[in-house]
Design a protein around this ligand. Structure first.
Ligand code: NAD
Length: 278
C-alpha cells in the first residue's frame, strides 16, 4: 500500500512538473530585480525578460552597461530595458557592483524610488571565468578573492538589503540565488568557483530558515552547462595553448550535452522557466 500511495504522489508531482512547462505565472503588480543581466546570451537577460513576459516590472543590473564586447552590436542593459518595455512592462537599468555595499544600497534606494517595492530578487551576477580556472597549486590569492567577493559576498549584500525591505513591508517575497552543479560536486580547476557556489547553497539554506516566518521564500537554482558568453570564457581559460577557443567552446558544449539525459546543454530560457516557477 505504501508503495502504491508513494507512487501516486510521485505521479502527481510528475504531472505538475510537466504542466509547469506551459504554465504562466501571474506576476502582474510584482517588481523583480535581476543582477548580472546585461549579457546578450546570459541567464540574467533570459530571466529578466521571462519575468516581464509573466507581468513583472523589472530592474536589471550589471557591473557595467555593456558587460561583453559584442560582435553583434549588442548594447547591454539599455537593450534589455527596451525588450522589457516592448513586452509592455516598465523597466530600468542600474549599473552597480554587487560586491560593494554602498553601491548595492544605492541600487536598492533607486529601485524603491522608481517602483516603491521589490517582490523578487534574483542573484544571478557571477564573476567572469579566467585566472581562477587553474589547479589550486597555481591559484592566485587575488583570483580566489575575486570569485568569493562577487559570487558569495555579492549574493549576501543584495539579500541583506532586499530582505530588510521585504521584512519591513510585510508582504512576503521571493529570493532566488543562482548556484550551479559546481555547488554540489567538485570539479578539477574549478576550486574557487566550486567553493563559492557551495557557499551560495549553504547561505541560501540558512537564509531560507531565517526568512520563512516573514513568508519570504529563498531558493537556489543549480544549472549544469548553459550556453552563454560565459562558456566561451571557461573554454578559453581551460584550453591548452595553441588551440582555437571557439573549437574548445564547441567541444565543451558537446561534452556537456553528452552528460545530460536530454542530450543537450541548457539555454538561458530553461533556467528562466525555473526562476518564473519559483
Ligand atoms: P554571464 O557571465 O553572462 O553572467 C554574469 C553577469 O554578471 C555578467 O553580465 C557580468 O558582467 C555580471 N557581473 C559580474 N560581476 C558583477 C558585479 N560585481 N556586479 C554586478 N554584475 C556583475 O554568465 P551566465 O552564464 O549568464 O551566468 C549567470 C549565473 O549563472 C552566474 O552566477 C553563473 O555562475 C551561473 N551559472 C552559469 C552556468 C553556465 O554554464 N553558463 C552554469 C551554472 C551556473
Amino acid at each position: 500500500k505504501g508503495v502504491v500511495s508513494n507512487f501516486g504522489s510521485l505521479s502527481e508531482k510528475l504531472v505538475s512538473i510537466i504542466e509547469m512547462k506551459n504554465e504562466m505565472y501571474e506576476l502582474n503588480g510584482k517588481v523583480a530585480l535581476v543582477t548580472g543581466a546585461g549579457g546578450e546570451r546570459g541567464i540574467g537577460r533570459a530571466i529578466a525578460t521571462r519575468l516581464a513576459s509573466e507581468g513583472a516590472d523589472v530592474i536589471v543590473n550589471d557591473i557595467v552597461v555593456r558587460p561583453y564586447d559584442s560582435q553583434t552590436g549588442w548594447g547591454g542593459l539599455p537593450e534589455v530595458v527596451r525588450e522589457i518595455e516592448a513586452l509592455g512592462r516598465p523597466a530600468i537599468s542600474i549599473a552597480a557592483d554587487v560586491s560593494d555595499a554602498s553601491q548595492v544600497e544605492g541600487m536598492i534606494r533607486q529601485a524603491l524610488q522608481r517602483f516603491g517595492h521589490i517582490d523578487t530578487l534574483v542573484n544571478n551576477a557571477g564573476s567572469r571565468p579566467g585566472r581562477d580556472r587553474v589547479p589550486v597549486v597555481d591559484l592566485d590569492e587575488e583570483a580566489w578573492d575575486t570569485v568569493q567577493r562577487i559570487n558569495v559576498k555579492g549574493t549576501f549584500l543584495c539579500c541583506k538589503a532586499v530582505a530588510r525591505h521585504m521584512i519591513d513591508r510585510g508582504e512576503g517575497g521571493k529570493i532566488i540565488n543562482i548556484s550551479s552543479t559546481s555547488g554540489k560536486r567538485g570539479v578539477a580547476r574549478f576550486a574557487a568557483y566550486c567553493a563559492s557556489k557551495f557557499a551560495v547553497i549553504g547561505f541560501t539554506q540558512a537564509l531560507a530558515l531565517e526568512l520563512a516566518p516573514y513568508r519570504i521564500n529563498v531558493n537556489a537554482i543549480c544549472p549544469g552547462t548553459v550556453d552563454t558568453e560565459r562558456t566561451g570564457y571557461i573554454a578559453a581559460a581551460l584550453a591548452p595553448t595553441g588551440t582555437s577557443a571557439e573549437a574548445d567552446r564547441e567541444q565543451m558544449i558537446r561534452g556537456g550535452a553528452s552528460q545530460s539525459p536530454l542530450g543537450r546543454v541548457a539555454q538561458g530560457s530553461d533556467v528562466a522557466r525555473m526562476a518564473a516557477f519559483l
